[in-house]
Design a protein around this ligand. Structure first.
Ligand code: NAP
Ligand code: ZN
Ligand code: ZN
Length: 347
């Protein structure tokens, strides 16, 4: 076994603290990655505090991982020692169901393995994530990382990036479309970057007026402070597509009212409490509400390659590992521009 250092929470009320654990020796198809940077996703916080139920303790969070390959198994074809590599939210799946065959492993019909606080395909071995110095992952679930981009800015692409890229591609974001992005955090800032890069006219909908200038800089043509009732009212029936990234309970009907005929709001944020929907507001203009979860491995690689070709990275604040609990408190207050990334050299 490989001895690994990380940070874990022992229960829903505990802080993250240093934790030692073991990972498997690399099998024939495994890649060992020395982790350089790991992004801090709001899902890490939801999971550490068991806000969705079902967290397995101790939990080592982290699913926005970039690092350098240190060893590979005998059958590994795509990676060698010294290569840059990334690991996102999923590290295995059944590989044979119709979703897996389409490259949609995140919608696997049998079982998919989350990078942390889940079970491997044996349904017994618990997974530990990227707030640690090394990870061992099957090469089929490892992403290639371009050396052209700043590595700390690449880490958040592995979750925040693909989670917004995938629905924007699925709903065909592009020129001539009016797109609203709700919530300017980790996911929200990537949604603005991608949607504007695809040619759409983007409006940022935020509770934080102080983020207005940043929204413009990231690519939004318009900004609506959602606390300003008259501004919200003026924007009714406007948007073809809304990407909702809000992490906390909120009234979704306000945002549904902003969709135009046949418009769709895609929920990517997962608040701990389910919203109450006013069905009439959908029926009146044949509107849809949809959901979307990360993206498959193939599409994640496509997104990373798109970012390398178009010079897109996440805007990050680099933190030392021991600052993680403070970072969580700041994330709850919306005080992050726009993703915390842990410098693993500080572990
Ligand atoms: P984040 O960085 O904390 O951003 C969330 C943003 O939502 C905040 O910056 C804030 O933006 C807004 N917000 C927070 N509380 C709000 C409230 N009460 N009312 C209105 N707006 C509020 O979080 P994140 O990492 O982007 O993650 C966002 C959500 O997506 C989380 O629930 C996370 O678990 C989920 N997620 C889902 C997937 C998926 O596959 N679907 C993947 C990753 C994450 P403003 O200051 O601009 O208002
Ligand atoms: Zn995430
Ligand atoms: Zn499957």
């Amino acid at each position: 076994m490989i001895n690994v250092k990380g940070y874990a929470a022992q229960n829903a009320k505990a802080l993250l603290e240093p934790f030692k654990f073991e990972r498997r020796e690399p099998g024939a198809h495994d890649v060992v990655i020395d982790i350089l940077f790991c992004g801090v996703c709001h899902s890490d916080l939801h999971m550490v505090r068991d806000e969705w139920g079902g967290t397995i303790y101790p939990i080592v969070p982290g699913h926005e991982i970039v690092g350098k390959v240190s060893r590979v198994g005998s059958e590994v074809k795509r990676f060698k020692a010294g290569d840059l590599a990334g690991v996102g939210v999923l590290v295995d799946s059944c590989r044979t169901c119709s979703s897996c065959k389409q490259g949609l492993e995140q919608y696997c019909e049998v079982h998919w393995v989350p990078t942390y606080s889940g079970y491997e395909m044996d349904r017994k071995t618990v997974t530990y994530g990227g707030y640690s110095n090394q990870i061992v992952t099957d090469e089929n679930y490892v992403l290639s990382i371009s050396p052209q981009l700043k590595l700390e800015g690449v880490a958040p692409l592995l979750c925040a990036g693909i989670t917004t890229y995938s629905p924007l591609r699925h709903w065909k974001a592009g020129t001539g479309m009016k797109i609203g992005v709700v919530g300017l955090g980790g996911l929200g800032h990537m949604a603005v970057k991608f949607a504007s890069s695809f040619g759409a006219e983007v409006t940022m909908l935020s509770t934080s007026n102080s983020k207005k200038a940043d929204a413009r800089r990231l690519g939004a043509a318009h900004f609506i402070n959602t606390g300003d009732e008259s501004a919200v009212k003026k924007s009714k029936n406007q948007f073809d597509l809304i990407i909702n990234t809000i992490s906390a309970p909120h009234d979704i009907n306000t945002y549904v009212s902003l969709l135009r005929l046949n418009g769709t709001m895609v929920m990517v944020g997962i608040p701990p409490e389910d919203p109450i929907l006013n069905v009439g507001s959908l029926i009146g203009k044949r509107k849809s509400i949809a959901g979307s979860m990360i993206g498959g491995i193939r599409e994640t690689q496509e997104m990373l390659d798109y970012c390398a070709a178009n010079n897109i990275v996440s805007d990050v604040e680099l933190i030392a590992m021991k600052k993680i609990n403070t970072a969580y408190e700041r994330m709850i207050k919306g005080d992050v521009k726009y993703r915390f990334v842990i410098d693993m050299a500080t572990l």
